[in-house]
Each structure stands twice: as structure tokens, then as C-alpha cells.
Design a protein. Sequence first.
Length: 138
Amino acid sequence: MNPKVAARATAILLAFVVVFNLTLLLGAPWGDYTQGGKDPGVLGTPGRFGALGTAIFFAVLALAMLARAGEGPLRNWLPKVRTVFAWFTTLYLALNSFLNVFTGPVAERTIFGPISTLTFVFAVITMITTRRGYRLIG
């Protein structure tokens, strides 16, 4: 797979999470699907601030993966900085995937288990295909 395609796929899936969290911030009644389902329905004020923080965090992760493939507004960062951010993103997505698949309420696992796993897979593909010396086959 082309590294730019993998990075874009990662960013699109992360953007879905960003939009989801912004809707929570604005009062969407989907508390069952986030933050361990501890606030079913509309999140309270602390939960909404948590959703805002999550949205910002995931937006930065998306930009880091795009930068790794030489795209997005962070593409001109120093290569070592891009690499550190991209590896942090990949490792975080591994943990996030594990937690979304094996913990939390069924509603959260059902929606975010597959999304987080697919996001992690695309991040790994991005990391592999952007390694120095890697050659695309075909």
C-alpha cells in the first residue's frame, strides 16, 4: 500500500473520532459509547471537557501520521520530531485498540473496537512503508 494512502486512511479514521468527540462536547447523547460508558446519555461538564481534550489529542495524532508520509501542515517539522510523534501515535493506537476491543461497555467495544483496530493497522502500514530503504512492491 502507498504510504500516503495509509496515512490518509489513518487520518480519516482519527478524524471520525475527533468529530464524534466534538458532537459529545455539543451535547450528543452518546455517553454510552465513550469514557467507559459511565455517563449514559449526554455527558456532564467534566465529560464534555474530556471529549474536547480527546478531540484535540486525536487531531494531533492524525496530523502526526500525515506528517510521517510527507503530508499535512506538520510535514515540514524536523524528520526526527516527525518520527517520534508518528511512533508515539502508533504505540498509542496499539494501546487504544487493545482497550477498545477488550474493555469497557459492549456499546463502546462494538463501535470503537473495529475502528481503533483498523486505525492501528493503517498506522503500522504507514510506519513500515515510510521507513528508509523500504521499496513498494509492484
